[in-house]
Design a protein around this ligand. Structure first.
Ligand code: NAP
Length: 257
């Protein structure tokens, strides 16, 4: 237990189930004293969420939001305003691409698949930041989840790698726009972690094995380790940091072999 997020109102987007990185973040933020709101997409995620928070004394605010719909994003932030008034943090843990485009050649990416991946995985951060800004009257922190596949070619990551490059760049542009409002925008570049989204990438299990063997720490990274870095980025401990991407990958990104 710590008090890093005491009296902080934080919206977490992208909990689908108990394996979601966003769920690890939610638990770490709760322990740090945050007041939480969760956005979810669809009935299935709502049912998972309700089960996950069943024994929570203080229930988080739950709001449905499909990030491809502007009206959903607008409604989400109206609900957050009604519930909290002021918002101090947003965790954006959302990405999606067609399964058939997470294998084979990037060359074969369809226009539709490209736009879908960019819309859900990148533009959503821009739209969410725009709606969050008026609620962050005391300053704030926006954190998104990214991956090394946006910096280097990772087999089968294809259209999502290109989306992560655009996401990384959006972090910097948004940080430059929002800095004067004392709103910080940062990313956590997570190691491969077995989640629903990750399992959509062909050969993911082999990727995990290769990662464990190669990465300097010689072990897999736990979702809680990613969550602790998100906590740092949403807390006053990181008050001087914006536009940054922190790798939580056991040092994998430093390797040239
Ligand atoms: P996850 O549990 O499947 O989370 C992805 C989330 O995105 C789900 O909650 C999903 O909701 C949501 N989502 C997809 N389309 C949406 C839409 N149109 N509107 C609203 N929400 C939507 O997988 P995860 O691995 O934790 O992914 C979270 C983030 O971490 C992603 O940005 C991912 O790229 C990043 N990341 C993951 C890894 C890894 O290895 N797992 C590594 C680095 C970065 P539904 O399931 O209800 O559609």
């Amino acid at each position: 237990m710590n008090t890093l997020l005491k009296d902080r109102n934080i919206l977490i987007m992208g909990i689908a189930n108990k394996w979601s990185i966003a769920w690890a973040i939610a638990q770490v933020f709760k322990k740090a004293g945050a007041r939480l709101a969760f956005s979810y997409q669809g009935e299935k995620s709502l049912r998972s969420l309700e089960k996950l928070i069943d024994d929570w004394e203080e229930k988080p605010l739950l709001v449905e939001c499909d990030v491809t719909k502007d009206e959903d994003i607008q409604r989400l932030f109206e609900k957050v305003k009604e519930g909290f008034g002021t918002l101090h943090g947003v965790v954006h843990s959302i990405a999606h691409a067609k399964k058939e485009e997470l294998e084979g050649l990037y060359l074969d990416t369809s226009r539709e698949g490209y736009l879908l991946a960019q819309n859900i995985s990148v533009y959503s951060l821009v739209a969410v930041s725009k709606y969050a800004k008026p609620l962050m009257t005391e300053g704030g922190s926006i954190v998104t989840l990214t991956y090394l596949g946006g910096e280097r070619v990772v087999k089968n990551y294809n259209v999502m790698g290109v989306a992560k490059s655009a996401l990384d760049s959006s972090i910097r542009y948004l940080a430059a726009d929002l800095g004067k409002d004392n709103i910080r925008v940062n990313g956590v570049s997570a190691a491969p972690i077995k989640t629903l989204a990750a399992k959509g990438v062909r050969g993911f299990t082999d990727m995990l094995k290769g990662f464990e063997e190669k990465t300097p720490l010689k072990r897999l990274i736990q979702p809680e380790e990613v969550a602790n870095t998100a906590l740092f980025l949403c807390s006053p401990l990181s008050s001087g940091i914006t536009g940054e991407i922190i790798h939580v990958d056991g040092g994998y990104n430093i390797l040239g072999y």
